[in-house]
Design a protein around this ligand. Structure first.
Ligand code: 1PR
Length: 542
């Protein structure tokens, strides 16, 4: 194609490239999909958003002849932008379920982050770049954060240093982007690094824009930055369900009870999901989560409105989207069986970057702790194998059970900072399923450890006692869990003031804090939370 407004996209069908598509369209370009290796060779400019795991991606490239075409295209210095795995595949090999050979265009081996030095793996969130050479497409980034989500990374060496255009620090100094002539690749996600809170340019989208548009149309100049750390994330959460009229609404409970206790007992309605998600994106949310809170009883693939919500939200929201609710194996009324992987895949195709598993993770963890065997069949294992650990969040819904004596239970308990209603000094945190309706014989601590072993990449840690109360996060619980695992933990439930956010970040190892009610009721804008955190010296994306 010779049309200047057309971008060729290499999508080998392994996952969600919807957000990349949406971002390209948002910038006014049309997409031509690669069908054959020839389409690669004929591309005017090519974007390759690698998704999923390294080995299956290489299999596709090798078996279809696309790998060879890609090598030719890149060696001819044609305009190329690789994203995430689209950067890693350019290297010689990867240790991900390997060693597995790569395209071999850049010297080096892609290895796993080392979590032994206290850095959580996956590396999820907003981090800043050290720009090491003129990279053109990074010129608007300056000292702002961009979004990363990965467990593997390539490291700088003497052999590949001519390629490196920026690095990032996360325990190790790893390669954040490469550039040689017209060939660019980035480890972070420009399509998910959108948003402009205190600034004028939309950071991540500017990378795409600079790749797609000629230099002359751009004005901003590059600025130097000092080293920084991974930013703490602020996440807006939308609990979604159908109300009694059949409309999909954002609701919010008190300790998981979402009904008004007035005459009519109706489901609380706080607004429309797509609209609220768009607002939170504009207000500076680092991520948006949708929880389909009746997913445990309604089959989500029957719940087309929720998929529609995702599709619409992902057209305008350029930060990561997480979706949860109803991810499990399911047989419908026509005896058609759906695996949890199929359910998740539908969510990914509709625009989710991560999925979140609640009830089914509790069943999987109980089974795993009983048998000590990883069957590979649980939803966590299946989905993380195909989409990577970083795409699998486990949502925990624990409830405090007070104790006088910790030896009364087999579960890990903690000494409470403030005693229980009858002066109890200890508590364990019982996991629940089906939206808090059923308690299970497993604690939040045991569950967190088990799901980490099964392949979860992140934990969304709620607390039923604190939910909707606005009295602050459960610091005891969050400290216990974030110290117990080496994957990121999202603190949730109870935020009522900006101080609660600085509290949770200064007293626990949480990587992110999620809130719902205060944002829905417009009590505290996200911007004020960020300003407060900045003032307290906590690194945030601005
Ligand atoms: O079990 O895999 O189908 O997933 C169901 C999902 O729905 C789980 O992630 C579960 O947490 C969620 N869920 C189920 N029922 C409810 C309910 O409220 N009745 N909501 C529910 C969970 C908790 C948080 C909330 C924070 C912050 N909501 O997500 O947003 O507590 O609230 P706050 O800032 O207002 O205090 P499955």
């Amino acid at each position: 194609s010779n049309d200047d407004s057309v971008v060729t996209l290499l999508d080998y069908g392994a996952g969600n490239v919807r957000s990349v598509r949406n971002a390209i369209r948002h910038l006014g370009f049309q997409i031509k999909d690669v069908q054959t290796p020839r389409d690669i060779l004929n591309a005017r400019r090519l974007i390759f958003p690698g998704v999923g795991a390294f080995a299956p991606a290489m299999d596709v490239l090798n078996n279809t002849g696309m790998g060879e075409a890609l090598c030719t295209y890149i060696q001819n210095d044609r305009p190329f932008l690789g994203i995430c795995l689209g950067l890693q595949l350019l290297f010689e090999s990867s240790e991900e379920n390997g060693p597995v050979g790569g395209l071999g265009l850049i010297p080096g081996v892609v290895g796993r982050f080392d979590s032994s030095n206290g850095f959580r793996v996956p590396h999820i969130g907003w981090n800043a770049l050290q720009i090491t050479k003129d990279s053109e497409i990074l010129d608007d980034i300056g000292n702002r954060h961009v979004y990363f989500v990965h467990s593997y990374r390539a490291m700088p060496s003497n052999e590949n240093k001519e390629w490196i255009s920026s690095t990032c620090n996360y325990g190790d100094e790893f390669i954040a982007s490469v550039r040689k002539g017209k060939v660019h690749a980035v480890q972070f996600h420009p399509e998910k690094s959108g948003g402009k809170l205190f600034i004028t340019s939309d950071v991540g989208l500017s990378v795409l824009r600079r790749f797609l548009l000629p230099k002359s149309s751009l004005t901003e100049k590059r600025t130097e930055r000092k080293a920084s750390k991974l930013a703490k994330r602020v996440i807006a959460c939308l609990d979604v369900r159908t109300n009694d009229e059949g409309d999909l609404v954002v609701t919010k409970g008190d300790q998981y009870d979402v009904r008004e206790h007035a005459e009519k007992n109706e489901v609380r309605n706080l607004g429309k999901p797509v609209e609220l998600a768009g607002n939170y994106y504009k207000d500076g949310a680092d991520e948006v989560s949708f929880l389909n809170i009746t997913g445990f009883r309604d089959f989500p693939l029957g719940d087309l409105p929720m998929l529609q919500v995702l599709r619409c939200a992902s057209e305008n929201v350029f930060v990561p989207l997480t979706v949860g609710g109803g991810i499990r194996d399911f047989t419908d009324s026509n005896d058609r069986y759906y695996s949890s992987l199929e359910v998740a895949s539908e969510y990914f195709r509709s625009g989710a970057d991560k999925i979140s598993i609640g009830s089914d993770a509790v069943h999987a963890a109980e089974e795993y702790l009983k048998t000590k065997v990883k069957t590979g069949k649980s939803s966590i294992e299946q989905i993380s194998r195909v989409y990577g650990n970083q795409a699998v969040v486990v949502s925990i819904d624990p409830r405090r059970v007070y104790l006088n004596d910790p030896s009364d239970v087999e579960f890990k308990s903690i000494r409470l900072t403030s005693p229980g209603p009858k002066g109890e000094e200890y508590a364990w945190y019982q996991c629940t399923i089906n939206g808090g309706r059923e308690g299970r014989p497993i604690g939040a601590y045991e569950l967190a450890k088990a799901v980490e072993e099964l392949g979860a990449g992140e934990i969304l840690l709620n607390c039923i006692d604190c939910d909707g109360q606005g009295k602050g996060f459960d610091i005891d619980l969050i400290k216990m869990i974030s110290d117990a695992v080496s994957i990121p933990v999202i603190a949730s439930s109870g935020a009522g003031a900006v101080e609660h956010f600085s509290d949770v970040f200064s007293k626990t190892n949480a990587s992110a804090a999620l809130a719902a009610g205060i944002f829905h009721r417009k009590e505290v804008p996200i911007r004020s939370v960020k300003e407060h955190l900045l003032k307290e010296g906590i690194e945030v994306r601005i």
